[in-house]
Design a protein around this ligand. Structure first.
Ligand SMILES: Cc1ncc(COP(=O)(O)O)c(C=O)c1O
Length: 382
């Protein structure tokens, strides 16, 4: 693979990964254990046991480190495992600063973990840099967490500003860039130290793999600790999942570009719809994060948008139930479009408005998507 090859080329070639016999599709290594030499040494590059690493992970890690412009990457069993390890690598008394709007699974986990582990957790308003400045404590804060665009209101945080604030305080900045993908945003180039993805979403893109990845902008003691925790926690990706993920990544470029186009068309259509009170999509000029998104997202504003329907939670659930092309299901980033009533999924502690529906826009024909959401809004009789 020529060094100057562009992301679309690197992805289409799976980063140049090959099978042992030169096959242009890499092999799936299913072994969990590996034979030693006569002198009991391990063959060059081999691990003793699969929990410490396999070639299947490495293909994905090398490709993702390359796409994000990082020095190294580590694949995990899920996006949540990839996220939580960055907090577990800190010690009691360390400070972390996280947004109020973020993936709810991590927010719920942090609530419990910070108390048990003795981490001091401060919260800032997602997308609001002044509130981030107020939350960060010099020398005490060790990690600033950013999710942008953030679930499910798609607040946009200025990554360069957040990284600068973190660094001035002596902290690291980690960005959950699941929604942006490396096609639209490269957080490390904007100053972040770590990028996290739920690879379950757009990276794989086919709703059939659970995985997560962290890419590091530099290595060091903290990064080593992340690696040790992966092995120690056993939060490792399976061989088949790693292989499927590499296969999914080959079309990332095309899928993201088509899904972004579809999402933008839907957002504009819904923005004019009489049964929709508000559309939340960073690509709309009315979205509070539009200006920052336009500066740090390139080639689209993502495939995620939310709508506030006219009515209450029941009205919103009726719209989801009336959809015929959009599938009423959680998750995001697949080739098929999904619609979900977010407050039902997040549970009683959720700050999400009761009338919010989250749309994950896929790669279908746009007229089918527009027609379906229009009929669902009409059929729900709100
Ligand atoms: C933005 C974001 N980050 C992380 C996660 C967690 O990823 P996973 O489901 O792969 O554990 C999700 C899952 O929905 C997500 O939406």
């Amino acid at each position: 693979m020529p060094r100057q090859a562009r992301p679309a080329t690197r992805l289409a070639h799976a980063g140049g990964a090959r099978g042992a016999d030169g096959g242009i599709v890499p092999d799936i290594g299913l072994s969990t254990t590996f034979a030693r030499n006569e002198d009991y040494s391990l063959p060059a590059g081999a691990q003793s046991y699969v929990r410490a690493g396999t070639g299947g992970w490495r293909n994905v890690e090398v490709l993702m480190a390359d796409l994000e412009g990082g020095v190294d990457a580590r694949l995990f069993a899920s996006g949540l495992a990839a996220s939580t390890v960055l907090f577990q690598a800190l010690g009691p008394g360390d400070g972390v600063v996280v947004p109020d709007i973020m993936y709810h699974g991590l927010r719920d986990w942090l609530r419990d973990f910070c108390e048990r582990w003795g981490l001091r957790c401060e919260t800032y308003r997602a997308g609001d840099i002044e509130s981030l400045v107020a939350a960060v404590k010099v020398r005490r804060t060790r990690l600033v967490w950013v999710e942008t665009p953030a679930n499910p209101t798609w607040d946009v945080t200025d990554i360069a500003a957040a990284a600068d604030i973190a660094h001035r305080a002596g902290a690291w900045c980690a960005v959950d860039s699941t929604v942006a993908t490396p096609i639209l945003t490269r957080p490390l180039a904007l100053g972040a130290d770590f990028v996290v993805h739920s690879a379950t979403k757009s990276l794989n893109g086919h709703s059939d793999v659970l995985a997560g990845i962290v890419v590091a902008g530099a290595d060091g003691e903290y990064w080593n600790q992340v690696g040790e925790l992966r092995t120690g926690n056993g939060a490792v990706a399976g061989a088949f999942e790693s292989w499927l993920l590499l296969r999914g990544l080959r079309t990332l470029h095309l899928r993201v570009s088509r899904a972004c186009e579809n999402a933008a068309r839907l957002a504009h259509f819904l923005d004019e719809h009489p049964k929709v009170r508000r559309v939340l999509y960073p690509g709309l000029e009315t979205h509070p994060g539009h200006r920052v998104a336009a500066a740090q997202m390139h080639g689209g504003f993502g495939s995620m948008l939310s709508i506030l329907v006219d009515g209450d939670a029941d009205a919103a659930r009726r719209v989801a139930g009336a959809a015929r092309v959009f599938v009423p299901a959680t998750s995001l980033g697949g080739v098929e479009s999904l619609i979900e009533h977010r407050a039902s999924v997040e549970g009683p502690n959720s700050p999400v408005p009761a009338n919010l529906l989250r749309l994950s826009v896929g790669i279908e024909a746009i007229d089918d998507l527009v027609g379906d959401i229009d009929q669902a809004l009409g059929a729900a009789g709100n």
